[in-house]
Every structure is written in C-alpha cells, then in structure tokens.
Design a protein around this ligand. Structure first.
Ligand code: COA
Length: 261
C-alpha cells in the first residue's frame, strides 16, 4: 500500500513504522490513523515480520498528539465519542496483535502519542523525550485510552497527576514512574530499539505471541483466571515443533532454529 503519512520499512525479521508528518510534530490526523491501521494489518499477515517498532520522523517528536485542527472541528458529543472509539479500536489492534510492538520514543509523546506508546508492549525513550497527557489544557480529556492505560501502567496517583495537570515529564521521570521501560541517549535510540526487536524476533514466535496475550489477559482479570489462561497457553506452546526444537537444542548445547510451528 502507498502511504502518505507514515513510512513502513522492513529490515530482515522486523518492521519499522515511522510517523512522518514532522511539520506538525507527527500529530495523528484521521488519515494517519487509517494508514496506521492498514499498516498493522499488512504487517500482521507478513510471516517474515516478527516484531514491529513505532517511531517518529525528525528529531523533535514521536507523536505530539491527535491533530488539534481535527479536534477543533468536532461538532457534537456523538462525533467526539466516535472519534475516540475509532482511535481506541486501532490502539486495541496494536495491543492485541500477536507480534510485539515496541515504541521508540524519539521526542514528544503527548496526548494520543503517549496513548499510542502505552498501547505498545515495551517503551524505549530517548533521553531527550518528553511525555504527557496535555488534553486538559485544551478543555478535553484523553480519548485514546489514556485515562485507562496510564493508571494501569503507573498507578492511579501518577495518572491523576499527569492527566489533571497536563504536566509534561522528562524521559527520566517517565522511567521512574514506570511509563517507559528504558531510557537511552538519543543518538542510540534506534540502534537499541532495533537490537531488542531483532532479539525478540529470533525467539519462537508462537511462544512470544502466547506470552504477550497471557500477560495482557492476565493483567485484566483476577490471578486465578489469569493463571488458568496461562496454563491453556502453556498447553498450546507445548504442542509446537518449536518447543521440541528449543528444549532439544538446549540439551544438545546448540542454538535453537525456531520455525514458528
Ligand atoms: N496537532 C496539530 N498540530 C500540532 C500539534 C498537534 N497535536 N502539535 C504541534 N503541532 C504543530 C504546531 O501547530 C506547529 O504548526 P505551525 O508551524 O503551523 O505553527 C508545529 O506543529 C510545530 O509546533 P510548535 O508548537 O511550534 O513547536 P514547539 O517546539 O514550540 O512546541 C509542543 C512543541 C509539543 C510543546 C507544542 O507543539 C504543543 O504543545 N503541541 C500540542 C500538544 C498537545 O496538546 N497534544 C495533545 C493533543 S490531544
């Protein structure tokens, strides 16, 4: 597919989606969200792609939020609710994708940009990045899942601080509260993200998918139900050729050759 607002590149077993509207700090308009959705579908069905990185073009921004021009043009409660629901469905698609998605946060991750990063599996931030949910300054609230995923990631108190004040925080502060998992020098960001993505991409893909869904399902339910789900997923991976290969390779003291079967 021919994309106007994002770049999609494949590098061996990984793919990189780059938000490419640097003049507006990669703000997410409807067209960009539609392209993101199409790109995720495209990469979901590409067997050669085992891990995906999301990042932003330019040095300033990952994504500086939903496009404020489009927010200004919303005319009714129904239109606003549909706008939010549409964005949320695309973020769910990322969260529920069987392949891991890493956010390489190269600058501002604000509003929808922070929400997008939170729908990813792992967040790596440049030491120059800034994160926040500044919607309150526009007279609105987060609409792409921010009021839900932020407290789940960092706890209610930090979520209320960020969402009620609109304060922007540094990458280091984001690391401290658990909003990102890693902070690296800006110039090393993509190398680190690629290195981690390739490392995950070389694991058994069905085991990676089952681990991701077990964590996602389990973190939204009680411990007993989560463990029961884990046991069913453990059963699934036990039925794979990759389980035989992984355990045999260990015992034969050689690297495993996983096939995704
Ligand atoms: N939607 C639409 N346009 C945006 C945008 C957004 N979310 N964020 C930035 N832009 C545009 C600006 O309007 C500006 O366009 P212009 O050159 O035509 O004036 C351009 O991107 C550069 O932004 P600018 O504000 O000049 O850069 P800055 O370095 O002074 O400030 C920010 C950077 C991120 C602090 C500031 O752009 C900002 O606060 N953006 C909005 C963040 C936000 O509220 N996001 C949540 C939306 S729900």
């Amino acid at each position: 597919m021919d994309y106007q607002n994002i770049l999609v590149t494949r590098e061996e077993d990984i793919a990189i989606i780059t938000f490419n509207r640097p003049k507006v700090l990669n703000a997410l308009n409807r067209a960009t969200m539609a392209e993101l959705s199409a790109a995720i579908d495209e990469l979901a069905s590409d067997e050669n792609v085992r891990c995906i990185i999301l990042t932003g073009a330019g040095e300033k921004a990952f994504v500086a939020g939903a496009d404020i021009r489009e927010l200004q043009a919303i005319e009714s409660a129904a239109e606003g609710a549909a706008f939010a629901a549409q964005g949320q469905s695309i973020l769910f698609k990322i969260e529920n994708l069987s392949k891991p998605v890493l956010a390489a946060i190269n600058g501002y991750a604000l509003g929808g940009g922070c929400e997008l990063a939170m729908a990813c599996d792992i967040r790596i931030a440049a030491d120059t990045a800034k994160l926040g949910q500044p919607e309150i300054n526009l007279g609105i609230i987060p609409g792409y899942g921010g009021t839900q995923r932020l407290p789940r990631l960092v706890g209610k108190g930090y979520a209320k601080w960020l969402i009620l004040s609109g304060d922007m925080i540094s990458a280091q502060e984001a690391l401290r509260i658990g909003l990102v998992e890693m902070v690296v020098p800006a110039e090393e960001l993509m190398a680190k993200a690629r290195e981690l993505a390739h490392r995950i991409a070389r694991k058994a893909p069905l085991a990676v998918a089952c681990a991701k869904t077990s964590i996602n399902v389990g973190s939204e339910t009680d411990l007993g139900t989560g463990c029961a789900y884990e046991a069913s997923q453990f059963g699934l991976v036990c039925a794979t050729e990759d389980r035989v290969e992984g355990t045999t390779a260990f015992l034969e003291k050689r690297p495993a050759q996983f096939k995704g079967k």
